[in-house]
Structures are given as C-alpha cells and as structure tokens.
Design a protein around this ligand. Sequence first.
Ligand SMILES: Cc1ncc(COP(=O)(O)O)c(C=O)c1O
Length: 404
Amino acid sequence: MTRLADRTTRIASSPTMKVTATVDRLRRSGVEVIDFGAGEPDFNTPDRVKGAGHSALDANFTRYTPVAGIADLKRAICDRYKSDYGVDYQESEVIVTAGGKQALFNAALALFGPGDEVITHAPYWPTLTEQIKLADATPVLARTYPEDGFAIRAEAILDKVTPRTRGIIVNSPCNPTGALVSEADLGAIADVAARQGIWVVVDLCYEKLIYDAVPHNLPRVLADKCRDLTVLCGSASKAYAMTGWRCGWALGPAPVVAAAGAIQSHATSNVTSITQKAAVEALNGPQATVKEMLDEYRRRRDALHEWLSADARLRCRKPAGAFYMFVDISDVLSGIDQGGLRTSLDFADALLEESRVALTPGEAFDAPGFVRISYATSMETLREGSKRLLEFVAKHAPQTATAR
Ligand SMILES: Cc1ncc(COP(=O)(O)O)c(C=O)c1O
C-alpha cells in the first residue's frame, strides 16, 4: 500500500485545474471543445512586457536572484500600490512570489497553524480553503447569497469569530462569484481584527478587473485600521495576461514578509529571473492594456448575460468584477426520482459529453446548483457556447419549468 502523509488525505487537487486538464486531453485526441472553464485571460501578454522578457534573456539575466525578488520589482510593486491606493510599503515589506497562489500559501504557512480557525467566505476559490488545511488550521465558512449578489458581508464573517480565530481571508473581486466586499464591510471586519489581533489576508488577484467605478480601495481601508495585521496578496496573472509567467506578490509587515521569505527560500527560491524583469515593465509601464482588456471583458459579460437571459431557468446576474458568470441552474436539475440531471456535476459532465462545452460545476466552489462560466474567451466562442448551452438546457430541463 502506498503510504502518504496525512495532509494529502485532507486536501483535494484543484477542481478548476481538472476541467482545464480534461479540455486539454479532449483537444489532444482531436475533439473540438468550447472551453468556458479557463480561469485565465485569453489575451496575449502585452508586447512591451514580452519585450522586457526577451531583453532579460539576451542580457543573460538568467541566474538566481534574491529569494524575495529583485529590488527593481519590489520597488515597482510598492510604487504601484502607492499610486493606485495611496499606501506606503517599503522593500522589506514586499515579497515576489510564483503567482498570487504562492503569496497566499506563504501567508497561510507563516500565519496559521494547528488549532487555529481561519474564516473565509463561500462560495470560494478552493485553493484558499485547501491552503488553510495544508497549514494544519481549520477553514470556517461564512456564506454569501445569490439574492444579495454574493456580496461579502462583515456581519456574516464576524458571526464566525471565536477565541480560536486566527485569520480572515477576503477575496475581492471574488472567484467564482465576481462579487466585491464594500469598503464599509471590510472596515467593520478590520475594526474587529484590530481589537482581537486577527490577521486579515486579502486576495486581490482580480483587483484590476472591476467593471464600475465603485469605491474599492481595500489596501487603504486596511492600512488605516490594521496595517500591522494585514497581508495584501496580488498577481500579474490576470491584469497583465501573464498566468504562465508565474508572478505574484505579498505586501505586509516586515516580520511576516521575512517569514514568508524563509519558507520560500526552502521551497522554490526566487521567481524566474526573466519573469521578474517582465513584471517590472508590466507594473511600471503604461497601464492602457489593462483597461483595454477590461473593456473587452465588459462587452463579453454583457453579451453573455443577454444571451443566457433568454432562458429563465438560467438565473444569473452581471458580476461586478473578475471574468466569471456564476449561474444558478437549479431549475434545470431534477429531483432524485425524476431521472435527468440531478447535480451541477451531472450537468457539467453531460454538457461536455453531449455538447462539447466545458464549464466548472459549482461543487468545485462549495456551491452545488451553480455553474461557473469563464468569459475569458472570444465573443464568437461565447456565442457558439451559449447557443449550445441553451439547446442543452431546453433538452434537459424538467418539463414543469418553463422557458421565458
Ligand atoms: C481568487 C484567485 N486568487 C488567486 C489566484 C492565483 O492566480 P496566480 O497564482 O496565477 O496569480 C487565482 C487564480 O485563478 C484566483 O482565482
């Protein structure tokens, strides 16, 4: 028998990545698939950023760098947060990581341990809860609700605080719901965190992908109320279409960053040297591409929403941020005795099998009855996929429910 460490039995592999792997397998075997599963931009990395990567290679910038990142990049991250949010961070308070994922993982390992409870909101991006478990702590879930647009509410989170609460993780914009936390709600969370010495970790990986000009200066709110207990995790992946380069960062108190650096020094060391040079250009250079991509995501979001609204059994709202439509398909599902599709997992499997459309079932995010559609794909693909999805729903929905 293969004897693995206990921690491997506590976690599941990333369900969102599983969809990507299935699509990849089908495509390699020659099957054409519409992919609504991808959690990454379909845009290319901007030319100026690629150029900086090329130049780094040409200059033989290919050796180890300091574990926490080159000084230029740390400066660029601090400068961006200063100019975007008005918060001041020093180089000793920033670490460059292999994506936002490693920033969050470092934070979990540095801050949480056995016996600790860490609150986050559900539906959630599964890595957040699995990382808490990998740190031997216990995830505690505060629900968010579709009728409230899945808004992340202070009350729901603070209700879960106990003497064992060690941290609160907020992901805004949220994957999979696209919902935001308001500055007021985060402020209320921060007040309690400050009083009770609770860490606040914010996953800001989609911070540049917010569609309307709503106040969302989370770093400022936290800097004002509980800077010494705050870790900001960000990423170049989504804003600059750099998922494969693997570059993220964390900003926080120097002792936390030093601990994260020590962990990283024994795990992965520095982020790829070439990537770091490219990220300096991404952060310091003109930001027009960020807005161009956001404008295109907005067009797609609006079109997708309009198309799906043709069938009342697909209940969805326009997300405030990120690039996912989180659709309530419970009206399409059948009861146990009715045959047909019983869960969103069944729905996703059958949709892929019959209609060759891949999407992520809500079970992946602790939200059965929902599916997540990524619209980080071309308008033509979205149109064709929506058509197939509507036909699929018309065929499978129980007869009692009526289409609009
Ligand atoms: C909510 C959320 N946080 C963090 C990440 C991490 O992305 P990366 O490691 O590419 O920066 C992702 C990626 O999908 C995400 O959805």
